[in-house]
Structures are given as C-alpha cells and as structure tokens.
Design a protein around this ligand. Structure first.
Ligand SMILES: [Zn+2]
Length: 459
C-alpha cells in the first residue's frame, strides 16, 4: 500500500472541538496515513454528532445487569447500528435460571457461520480465503446501575464532558467499536474482513454457572485470532496488554473451647480467634509485597457460637470474654497476574494454614473466579500495531498500562486462546459510581485509533 505523507488535515481533524491533552504537532512533525485511512478519519469527524447521539440514546436506557428488559433494549439499539455496518446480528439467550438477559453477537465474514457451532469446518475454509487476522471485539450492554438506584440521565456538564449511567463503562466503548466499524464499512474496507463483535449482557455480574453464561462467548472467541476489548481507555496513549484475575478463599478455623483462664496452655490451646488472626497476619507478612498479588479478607466472624451464610455473605456471632472461641470463618479475595502466581500464592497460604497453634485445626478452600489476562508476546505484537497507528496519527506511541490498575474483565475468559488487548474504549472517570463521566473531546481520537487498528489488523 502506498503511504502518503500529509500534514494538516488529520492534525486538525482530531483536534476539532476538543482540548486534547496530547499536542499532536509537537509529538511528531508529520502524519503518515494511507488514502483509505485519511477517509476513515474524515468519516469519523463528520459522524461525531451521530456517535454522541448514539451514546445518549443507549445511556438513557437503564441496563443494570438484572434489568433484563433494559439490557435487551440496549442490545436492540446496538444491533440496529451493527446492521448499518452490514454485520449480521443474533441474540444469545440465557436460561431463565440465570436471570440474565443474554448477549448480542454481530459478525461479518465467516459467512456468518462463525456463530454456528455445527459449521466449524466451513469457517476454516472461509477464513483461509479471506485476508488479515480474524478479530473478536468485546463490549458489554449492562451497567452496575439497577433501576432502583438514582437515575442519571445523559447530561452535558460542559462542552467536553458528559455524565450518564455507563457513559464510559462501557456504552462509550461500545460506541467507539460501532462507529469505527461503520467508518470502515462506509469506505468498503470490511469486504474481506472476519470480525465477530460480542457484547455480553452481564459483564458487571456474570450469570452462574460461568460455563453457561460464558460458554458460547469462549467457544466463539476460539474461532478468532485476536481479541480487542473496548473497556475504558486509561488515557490516550495507553492500552491494557494484561489484566489481573480474581478468585476467592474461605478459611474455616475450629478449636477447643473452654474457660478463658486456660488460654495459651497446652491443654486448652489458643482458641480459634488467635489462630485465625495468626493466619491472616501471616498471609500479609509473607505475601503482601509480591507485585500484582493482592488478597483482602472481607468478612471475619468468630465467637462461641457463629453462623456464616456464604450465599448472602452475612453472618452472626455470640461470644463471651471468658470463653475460648471454638470457631472462626474468614472469606477473602485473591487477585493475580498469572496462573502461576495464583497457584504459588495458594500453596504458601495453605502452608501457613497448616502450621496450627495448639488446640486448633484449620482448613482453607480456594475458588476460581475470573482468570487473568497474562502478559504475552502475542499481546505485545498487537500492541506494536497500535503503537504504529498512534505514531502515524501523530500523537506518539502507545504504552502498555499497569496491569495492577485494572480488575478482571470478560476478555480474561478467553486470554488463554487468543492474543488480547483491552482498554480501547472511551475515556472518563468514576466508573461504577453515580456521576460517572466521559471525556467527549477524546472520543474522536479513540474512535480513530480503534478504526485504524482494526483496519490494519484485517489487511
Ligand atoms: Zn465494563
């Protein structure tokens, strides 16, 4: 492809109406984009009012994870927009027992066979003919804001900032993905592309069991090569090449009970509360300085009689100061960057648990939650493409963000199968809190970054 150099158009185009924190002209003197890429940029600039209207339309529908009708409504709006980009759409329903809305899947290329598990061979044949990488784009339709929480209609706070439910987590990200695809479609640049966009309806509170709520998501992703997720962007020049995983643990301590005057003696022992305190403190002493590893006890209950209800994360305890406590329950989380780090931490925690004080006996159970998206060479290769895109756009290189700054996300479920990048969505502040905002002045830049990245990966 013939690369041409031009100076003024793109510099102006992504600064229009904005106070970008990146000064394009000072970063590099020239902008190197192909003719097709310039057209993509121009389309996005011309369609920004439509992008913001779509954001407002989707944010003004409450789609709390448990609001099934609301999530489906948002799904219908985005399906309409994918269809404008000539994508085929379908709805993946969830069994009633999960109490979740389901997921929106939109695809182009693959002859739409990609989302039909019975036609796997056909997919392979089709993909061979087509050029470029097979992409899996990830968004979500739900937000943390349920209908019984205070409403926050889409409102402009000033000329470049808006608030609304899920504006940046992640209806803004969905809009970035959709407008980028429409820009490519409009220039006829998706003809040979194989792209599946998967917008889950329960990212904020995934339905149980995960095998059901994420089964189709995982199987569909396996038919692709690179996953791009549109969760919130951490600044203009950063994407996520890794995300930590989350899991949980439950510590059960049993001990001899008796009169408190005998505590610390060989016959009465130390009681469950001292033993649980030893274990938790030892976790901190031995493991708290390991990079990217965190664990937090969330509930700690002990006494002479105690009850813990795991499903409701609630409990009661009765005790007297002159009785040695016979029972304690502690629950906590465990966040990690790699599977290896998780397993090593569990091993050390198990060893600490086994070193029981006299008169006590403890067990710890570990439960997997969301896997991690570990940093890989493959992810770095995709990052290189994005670095080139942002350099060519004249805004300097993109860097890999700190994995410790992000929680777990949908992309983590498939990180073991495809190369992954997250954080390609919109930029804002206050996700998961009332008054969440989106920086609209950065939105055109982020849509262009996404569009050019998808364009180059599918060549
Ligand atoms: Zn999100």
């Amino acid at each position: 492809m013939k690369k041409i150099v031009f100076y003024s158009i793109a510099v102006i185009s992504f600064c229009i109406g904005s106070k970008l924190s990146v000064n394009a002209q000072s970063t590099t003197p020239s902008i190197v984009l192909s003719k097709e890429e310039q057209k993509i940029i121009q389309y996005i600039d011309a369609n920004m009012p439509r992008a913001i209207a779509l954001l407002k339309e989707s944010a003004d529908i409450n789609s709390g994870t448990l609001n099934i009708a609301g999530v489906r409504k948002v799904g219908a709006i985005f399906a309409r927009e994918f269809e404008k980009a000539k994508f085929k759409t379908k709805w993946i329903p969830m069994p009633d027992s999960l109490r979740r809305a389901g997921h929106l899947v939109a695809s182009t290329g693959f002859n739409n066979a990609a989302i039909d598990p019975n036609k796997k061979n056909k997919i392979k044949e089709t993909a061979k003919i087509n050029k470029g990488k097979k992409l899996f784009l990830i968004g979500h339709l739900d937000t943390v804001f349920e209908p019984d929480m205070p409403a926050n209609p889409f409102t402009m706070l000033n000329d470049s900032t808006a608030t609304g439910q899920g504006v940046t987590d992640m209806k803004g990200g969905d809009v970035v993905m959709i407008i980028a695809l429409q820009a490519l479609q409009e220039q006829g640049l998706l003809k040979d592309a194989n792209i599946i966009a998967y917008l889950t309806g329960d990212e904020e509170h995934a339905g149980n069991p995960i095998e059901v709520s994420r089964g189709d998501f995982i199987e569909t992703a396996k038919q692709t090569e690179i996953a791009l997720a549109f969760e919130g962007a951490n600044g203009l020049n950063s994407v996520a090449t890794a995300r930590r995983g989350a899991s949980s643990w439950l510590l059960n301590v049993k001990a001899k009970t008796g009169h408190s005057s005998g505590v610390f003696t060989p016959y009465a022992g130390y009681g469950a509360i001292y033993e649980a305190a030893r274990i938790i403190n030892e976790f901190r002493v031995q493991l708290s300085t390991e990079k990217y590893l965190t664990f937090n006890p969330g509930v700690f209950i002990g006494g002479s009689e105690m009850n813990y209800d795991e499903t409701k994360a609630t409990g009661t305890a009765i005790g007297k100061t002159n009785i040695i406590s016979p029972a304690v329950v502690v629950t906590g989380d465990l966040r990690f960057l790699t599977e290896e780090q998780k397993l090593n931490a569990r091993k050390k925690m198990q060893t600490i648990v086994n070193e029981s004080l006299i008169g006590t006996k403890s067990t710890i159970q570990f439960e997997d939650g969301i896997p991690s998206m570990a940093p890989t060479e493959g992810n770095d290769k995709v990052l290189e493409v994005i670095i080139k895109v942002t350099k060519d756009m004249g805004v300097g290189p993109t860097v890999a963000g700190d994995p410790g700054s992000r929680g777990a996300g949908d992309i983590s479920y498939i990180a073991a199968y495809v190369d992954c990048i997250d954080g390609l969505g919109s930029s804002g502040k206050g996700a998961h809190a009332p008054g969440e905002i989106i920086h609209l002045n950065e939105l055109p830049y982020l849509i262009k970054r996404a569009a050019l990245t998808i364009y180059r990966l599918t060549r």
